[in-house]
Design a protein around this ligand. Structure first.
Ligand SMILES: [Zn+2]
Length: 329
């Protein structure tokens, strides 16, 4: 389902190659929730993205490098496991974190950190996820950590190993450091990191820690802005019973925890930029798009048809003649 490489040239293509695959995955989740007797939740997910409206503007109203069309309305369910909503959330997180990093002063550098624990069973996921998050908080308060790291952005991700039937919750973290960090006496080596993480987790084995200096910021932000849970991890197409078991474990394990968190300089810049909550906020205007209503545009209304399991399209031109005349005068 990797559609990232496909170039999208019009609203119809965005529906076909982006929205439609997610809509189909969300319907599979809805069916699983129904089988699990979570009827209300199932219905909410089933309704996700049944109505999508886009506006297409004339080129002259569009800034260089921007798309001519923008999403203006949609009914997203916001379910934590929904494929459609996770895609929207990841676009939003990508946009916000990129913007924050663009606004962090040049004197900072970034490090990409992955913190893991051993895979766990489904029944242990809830405890393991909470333990992971509280251990990160604890480590962020250790003196050597606080001395050098000026801020962080972290996300929680959990994957599932279908063969072993085990769960792998882990954290992706971007850390901000001063330019001088790499040559400073307070530099934290990989082994020191492992030691700190092990101490925070209070475990007897050495946990896996991955550290990378960030050279390609966009690439790293994309890594961090990945989905908390990917639909491929819980939808086993030829095994409904297994699907339902994993869905239930993810529901129990991943509820009531913050999927993302900001600290230090990341949080300061986020507040200054007045960005809304990427986790619970608006999933329609994920790029901070401004929708102009003072000029003419074409409205694209896509409605989900459960009969043909696809979207149907109605187009309509909206003229805002009066104001355009004013501009000409
Ligand atoms: Zn949804």
């Amino acid at each position: 389902m990797n559609m990232k490489k496909k170039e999208i040239n019009c609203p119809e293509e965005e529906i076909e190659f982006k929205f439609l695959p997610h809509k189909k995955r969300s319907l599979m989740l809805s069916e699983s929730l129904y089988r699990l007797h979570l009827e209300n939740r199932s219905l909410r997910v089933k309704e996700c993205g049944t109505f999508i409206e886009m506006r297409k503007y004339d080129k002259k109203y569009i800034a260089e490098g921007e798309r001519e069309w923008k999403l203006s309305t949609a009914n997203f369910c916001r379910d934590r496991l929904c494929s459609m909503c996770n895609w929207r959330r990841s676009l939003k997180i990508f946009g916000q974190v990129s913007k924050i990093m663009d606004n962090i002063p040049d004197s900072y550098r970034f490090i990409f950190l992955t913190l893991t624990v051993k895979n766990c069973k489904g029944s242990e996921l809830k405890y393991t996820v909470r333990h992971l998050l509280s251990s990160f908080k604890k480590m962020a308060n250790y003196k050597p950590f606080k001395q050098v790291f000026k801020g962080y952005f972290r996300t929680l991700e959990c994957t599932h190993n279908h063969i072993e039937n085990s769960y792998h919750p882990h954290l992706h973290v971007i850390l901000a450091v001063n330019k001088s960090y790499f040559k400073s006496k307070n530099y934290i080596s990989h082994s020191k990191f492992v030691e700190m993480w092990q101490k925070a987790l209070k475990i007897s084995y050495e946990p896996q820690v991955n550290i990378q200096k960030i050279k390609d910021e966009r690439h790293m932000v994309a890594e961090v802005a990945k989905y908390a849970v990917k639909s491929d991890d819980y939808i086993i197409e030829d095994n409904l019973e297994y699907t339902d078991e994993i869905v239930m474990n993810f529901i129990i394990g991943m509820s009531n925890v913050r999927l993302i968190a900001y600290g230090g300089i990341f949080n300061e810049v986020r507040k200054k930029l007045d960005l809304d909550d990427a986790e619970n906020g608006d999933l329609v205007h994920v790029n901070n798009d401004t929708l102009r209503s003072d000029v003419s545009y074409m409205v694209y209304n896509f409605h989900w048809s459960s009969g043909i399991r696809n979207y149907t399209l109605k187009k309509e031109m909206v003229y805002n003649v009066q104001i355009e005349c004013d501009e000409d005068n």
